[in-house]
Design a protein around this ligand. Structure first.
Ligand SMILES: Cc1ncc(C[n+]2csc(CCOP(=O)(O)OP(=O)(O)O)c2C)c(N)n1
Length: 933
């Protein structure tokens, strides 16, 4: 122990916690106050420049004209997008807002539009007529791109965007080669869908048809991203257009996708797993533009729209931290959304909310909405209350580029601007591409049932390639017939790939590569111990103890914290009385020493919900933070008080854990009860992700759990939910009752050559329970995690007539009641790991109890909850295998209930006393009386 394992990264950047605080600089949000406002300045200029001999009235009118022109310009900046030409179908009637007309700003009467007006440099002009000004503004702000940016507080950002949109020469310009390659990509995107439709009639593909301009635009993100320093991009997206992105953006071999269409597996047969539908699968590749290579990965995702968003962000953040990339310049998250999902799913807001938060910010996410103006069968007016699907992004003041999807140049321009902005300001940005869905929601669906008028229009609407090719022929960029040639060439290529697919076999699963190399699937069968010795050298404990209990002279800690630190010091000095929080800190410290970074994220995790952890010491004089575990090294420790989100934060940490198996990543719920706010992440990713996508995770969930009379929502982490998800060795579920066992299970998580998610029901009252303590010897030497714990005051095996099995803090209440009753025939055994269930260890134990008459499962949770449904068949199986006479376990606990717990403290106490008495076979009245006395 203490030796750095071979995989330890010697070059791991040792980043101080605060260096990782990439996020919004709050000072950037301030608006500068210029000495003289832009408008006043221009008016002054107009007055100064009046021709000699001009009358007072003429001078004033020139000044007034300038002021009004400036107001007109400003109105276009704010509201020009409302008149932009976005809808390819022309169905959305967007009237020109009155305040975008010159009349509204006072330019009325004869000659009003042709009077020259001083602009003082606005729009890049010193002087122009109102007619010219309006023409420029309409070109800038009301073309195929509509920009929303005036909600951004930061002036520098606004100017940056303004500079790229505004002025008499501002136009979307691509070279002839650029235009040709945009058209080529549109052709590929269209023909790919067509080819699939022809070869696999009636098979769902959730085609991009109508939104194909996204493909050249994403290429621009990769190309320009590479030029601006991005070396890796992580994509997350839903079903729509995914096969197109896989093939034409990620460069997944066409033949591989064809083979999957023909029913082939995405992975070699021997790797197992349940597999998933092809429009959920991920991939990775490297693409090179102009000699710059960018690594791309598309994260697999479930049907649950937007659920992958936080996973992508967490994965990106892990990669950024591993590279020591503080600003997030080198790894770019790209999330592609549907319009209905972006507006409707709350997780979108949670993820936008990460964008400025230290520890969660990824230096800006590029969001691309495939706004096909329908969600399955629901039209936008029923899908949201906001004018645009993108409005939620204004909550982080993200700029929003609305763009007409029939103009691939405009879409590519928007993406180019977006990546430039992101790299400059490290903030989120949104592209809202208005397009249409040529067919039904999936290809077997009839869209005219619900959107008849829209589909009349769509049937008449020409494909993007035709519209764009015609334009390029007009511009002389391509010749007539060029398009047909492109289509023919690409179709020939696809035919070849289609043939090759017939013999295509995926040669390997990319499962344990890169950061995962050296790790694999567990060798041992699930029933074996699979335990590793996780004891440490006493010297290491002492050394870490010194760091954990030394208050630097410069840090003035709270006086109560001083007492807590003193108590911790006494634990290390005496080698006894280690409590929960100290054992946890010691586990973290030892992992850091062994080269495993530790990241703990959760609401108020720094201090700990129950004021138990105190991993962050706050100086009482200046609020500065000191985090002792960051001083242990060599690996990085970070503890994050997360935003108040479960879905988002758990998804983020899960994403992190998939990218970085050498870091112990822990997510802590405030109370375990709140974990169900993240149910999608638990069900779709944590429980099933490995089976579906061959993506392992070593994430740890800490879920405070236990019946202590705190009511329906502060009692149960719903262990039954997790246990019901357990199968095929997918996750681990535990409820530890000693600090040492908690220490070992955390260490075990990193000290094995495989990773599985670990869900721990963590204690509340046991944090300070005088019997729930461990000694130094429990952490050192050959010690390890124990899946089953014996009773410290157990009768001799041969005397045991009643065996009470339980999990969690109830054990301590049972010990106390049994010992108070002088009962020497009842053994109380704790099942510390519920899944994988330690059946063979349990069997060995009952085989020794030769006088056994009854086996009881005791739990605090109602019968329809807790562990009962999970343990009953497993205990029964082992009883049947054994020579013991009881063949079935007896249930002792609360009756089935709708609510997890009572809100009445008195009723809680009565119920608790009754179930303890029941479990021990004592009379409930005696126990209740004894409790009362
Ligand atoms: C969380 C969730 N709820 C419901 C669904 C069912 N569903 C699948 S696609 C879809 C419509 C999505 O519309 P939009 O986001 O606009 O994307 P589009 O399919 O139009 O590209 C719905 C409701 C789902 N997949 N996920």
């Amino acid at each position: 122990m203490g030796e750095r394992p071979s995989w330890a990264r010697d070059n791991w950047p040792l980043i101080e916690l605060d260096d990782l605080n990439a996020g919004l600089d709050p000072t950037r949000m301030a608006i500068e106050k210029p000495a003289l406002s832009e408008v006043e300045g221009v008016a002054a200029k107009a007055r100064e420049s009046a021709p000699a001999g001009a009358s007072e009235a003429e001078i004033e009118r020139a000044a007034q004209d300038s002021i009004c022109a400036m107001m007109l310009i400003r109105t276009y900046r704010v509201r020009g997008h409302l008149a932009s030409d976005l809808d390819p179908l022309g169905l959305v009637q967007r009237e020109m807002p009155a305040d975008l007309t010159p009349e509204y700003h006072g330019f009325t009467g004869e000659g009003a539009l042709d009077r020259p007006v001083w602009l003082g440099g606005a729009l890049g002009l010193e002087k122009a007529t109102v007619r010219e000004i309006v023409a420029i503004l309409r070109r800038n702000y009301c073309g195929k791109v509509g920009l929303e940016y005036m909600h951004i507080n930061d002036l520098e950002e606004r100017r940056f965007l303004q500079d790229r949109m505004e002025g008499k020469d501002a136009a979307i310009v691509f070279t002839p080669e650029g235009k040709q390659s945009i058209l080529t990509k549109v052709v590929q995107a269209e023909q790919w869908e067509k080819f699939l439709a022809k070869k696999y009639v009636g098979t769902k593909r959730f085609g991009l048809d109508g939104g194909e301009a996204m493909v050249p635009a994403l290429e621009a993100v990769i190309k320009y991203g590479g030029q601006y320093g991005v070396t890796s991009m992580v994509f997350g997206m839903a079903h729509r257009g995914r096969l197109n992105v896989l093939a034409n953006v990620m460069a997944k071999p066409y033949r591989a996708i064809f083979s999957e269409f023909a029913g082939g597996s995405a992975n070699p047969e021997d790797v197992g797993g349940s597999g998933d539908v092809k429009y959920h699968l991920g991939t990775s590749s490297d693409r090179e533009f102009d000699g710059i290579s960018v690594h791309l990965s598309l994260v697999p995702n479930p049907s649950h729209l937007e659920a992958v968003d936080p996973v992508v962000l967490g994965k990106v953040k892990a990669q950024q931290v591993a590279r020591g990339d503080i600003e997030g310049d080198t790894v770019l998250p790209v999330l592609l959304h549907g319009d209905a999902a972006f507006a409707g799913q709350g997780i979108v807001a949670e993820c936008l909310g990460f964008s400025g938060i230290p520890g969660y910010a990824t230096g800006g996410c590029l969001h691309f909405i495939i706004n096909n103006q329908v969600g399955f069968t629901t039209s936008p007016q029923f899908a949201r209350s906001s004018p645009y699907p993108s409005d939620v992004a204004k909550l982080v003041q993200a700029p929003i580029l609305h763009v007409n999807g029939d103009d691939p140049e405009a879409v590519t321009f928007a993406c180019k601007l977006a990546i430039e902005y992101r790299q400059e300001f490290n903030r989120d940005i949104v592209i809202d591409m208005w397009c249409y869905r040529r067919f039904g929601h999936n290809e077997g669906d009839e869209p005219s049932f619900t959107q008849p008028l829209m589909y009349q229009e769509i049937r008449k609407h020409r494909p993007i390639s035709e519209i764009y090719a015609e334009r390029l022929v007009g511009e002389g960029v391509v010749e007539k017939g060029w398009l047909d040639g492109q289509v023919a060439d690409f179709t020939t290529l696809l035919e070849g790939e289609f043939e090759a697919a017939k013999s295509y076999l995926p040669n390997k699963a990319d499962w344990f590569e890169g950061a995962w190399s050296g790790l694999g699937r567990p060798d041992e069968a699930i029933t074996e111990r699979r335990n590793v010795t996780t004891g440490i050298e006493p010297a290491m404990a002492k050394e870490i103890g010194v760091v954990l209990t030394t208050v630097p002279a410069a840090v003035a800690v709270h006086k109560t914290l001083t007492r807590i630190i003193d108590a911790r010091r006494a634990m290390f000095e005496s080698g006894t009385g280690f409590d929960w929080a100290t054992a946890e800190a010691l586990a973290f410290g030892t992992l850091l020493r062994e080269g495993h970074p530790v990241r703990l994220s959760g609401q108020d995790s720094g201090r700990g919900t129950f004021s138990q952890r105190h991993s962050v010491w706050v100086d009482q004089t200046n609020g500065a933070k000191y985090i002792p575990l960051t001083k242990v090294g060599p690996a990085r420790f970070e503890v994050r008080d997360s935003p108040l989100s479960e879905f988002g934060v758990l998804g983020f940490e899960y994403g992190w854990s998939t990218a970085d198996p050498q870091t112990l990543v822990l997510w802590e719920a405030q109370f375990g009860d709140f974990a169900n706010g993240a149910q999608v992440i638990i069900d779709q990713f944590i429980a099933a992700g490995e089976a579906k996508w061959l993506r392992a995770s070593g994430l740890v969930l800490l879920l405070p759990h236990g019946y202590e009379g705190q009511g329906p929502e502060h009692s149960s982490a719903r262990p039954e939910r997790f246990l019901q998800l357990c199968a095929e060795d997918n996750i681990q579920v535990a409820n530890c009752t000693t600090p040492a066992n908690y220490f070992h299970i955390l260490r075990r998580q990193m000290n094995r050559d495989f990773r599985k998610p670990l869900i721990i029901m963590t204690p509340k009252s046991l944090l300070r329970h005088k019997a729930a303590v461990s000694s130094l010897a429990d952490f050192t030497g050959e010690s390890h995690f124990k899946r089953i714990l014996s009773d410290p005051n157990a009768p001799a095996d041969a005397d045991v007539r009643r065996l009470v099995l339980c999990s969690g803090k109830l054990a301590y209440e049972l010990f106390e009641a049994r010992d108070a009753a002088g009962d020497r025939n009842t053994a109380i055994v704790r099942i510390e790991q519920l899944y994988p269930f330690p059946g063979e260890a349990f069997l060995a134990r009952i085989e020794r109890m030769t006088a056994l008459e009854a086996v009881v499962w005791a739990q605090e949770e109602p019968q329809n909850q807790g562990y009962w449904a999970h343990v009953e068949p497993r205990i029964e199986r082992r009883l049947r295998e054994s020579a013991a006479s009881p063949k079935r376990p007896i249930y002792a606990g609360r009756p089935a209930a709708a609510s997890p717990a009572t809100g009445l403290a008195k009723r809680h106490a009565t119920e608790q006393a009754a179930l303890i008495a029941d479990a021990l076979g004592h009379s409930s009245a005696t126990t209740a009386q004894r409790k009362a006395s």
